[in-house]
Design a protein around this ligand. Structure first.
Ligand code: KIV
Length: 264
């Protein structure tokens, strides 16, 4: 049966962890969905892992739309989430126009990065039938504001604000919250505070779901490997088995382990 937002809500109600992975083409979409991945993210990380840029900022709508079409063709029942590229949702009008392109290309949900300023955008999208994932914490499109790729929410004031933002964005209509690179205790508090399923990357094992960039979990990271990455191919002999191991370890909460987690 195809995964929908209701499936993710049910996982959360039952305390069952679910697995998400990025994919950018039909072959990987088929492999990961057949291995039991619940959510496929066409991340703007493609700007780094496919295109070789040093950030996600150069990725365009045409490119995201193209990769969403490719993934939708290969997908076998996962929920397809597509990133909205940098500055394609800077106004509500732009968000509606560009989200429509991704939904027509085969996405079931769009993901946008930011904080409370996104509430009006999320409300407008949600009211018009576009499910939204709100990405908080280390939002890579803000790398130039952050001055680098840094763990977010480390002090109590920043942590409180992140909890408030998650609640405000859920209130505005966000169906899923994604937390990137936040201390595990804060991610656990946010996961408790909202009804929406929370997906983590570098956010500890207490979120409702986990996501990784598929290249990273296959040991294809170029440059420095982030703390939260595990190479699942190192433990087995095929891409299919590596993805299956990831799904299993997410579901039984053995991944992420302590060594993949930011404590504070
Ligand atoms: O673009 C992406 O792949 C992402 C994940 C890192 C969550 O946003």
């Amino acid at each position: 049966m195809a995964v929908t937002i209701n499936t993710l809500r049910e996982y959360k109600r039952n305390g069952e962890a679910f697995a998400a992975l990025t994919s950018y083409d039909a072959t990987f979409a088929q492999i990961v969905s057949e291995a039991g991945v619940d959510v496929i993210l066409i991340g703007d990380s493609l700007g780094m892992v496919l295109q070789g840029n040093d950030s996600t900022l150069p990725v365009t709508m045409n490119e995201l739309e193209y990769h969403t079409r490719c993934v939708a063709r290969g997908n076998r029942g996962a929920l397809v989430m597509a990133d909205m590229p940098f500055m394609t949702y800077g106004t509500v009008e732009d968000a509606l126009t560009n989200a429509a392109r991704l939904m027509r290309a085969g996405a079931h949900m769009v993901k946008i990065e930011g904080t409370d300023w996104m509430a009006d955008t999320i409300r407008a999208l949600s009211d018009r039938g576009v499910p939204v994932c709100a990405h908080l914490g280390l939002t890579p499109q803000f790398v130039n504001k952050f001055g680098g790729y840094k763990v977010q929410g480390r002090d109590e004031h920043a942590a409180e604000r992140m909890i408030e933002h998650a609640c405000a964005l859920e209130e505005a209509g966000a169906d899923v919250i994604l937390l990137e690179c936040v201390p595990a205790p804060l991610a656990a508090r946010i996961t408790q505070a909202v009804k929406a399923p929370v997906i983590g990357i570098g956010a500890g094992s207490d979120t409702d779901g986990q996501v990784l960039v598929v290249h990273d979990m296959l040991g294809l990271t170029c440059g420095r490997k982030p703390r939260f990455v595990k190479n699942f191919l190192a433990e087995t002999d095929s891409v299919q088995n590596a993805v299956a191991a990831y799904v299993k370890q997410v579901r039984d909460r053995t991944f992420p382990a302590e060594e993949h987690t930011f404590k504070a």
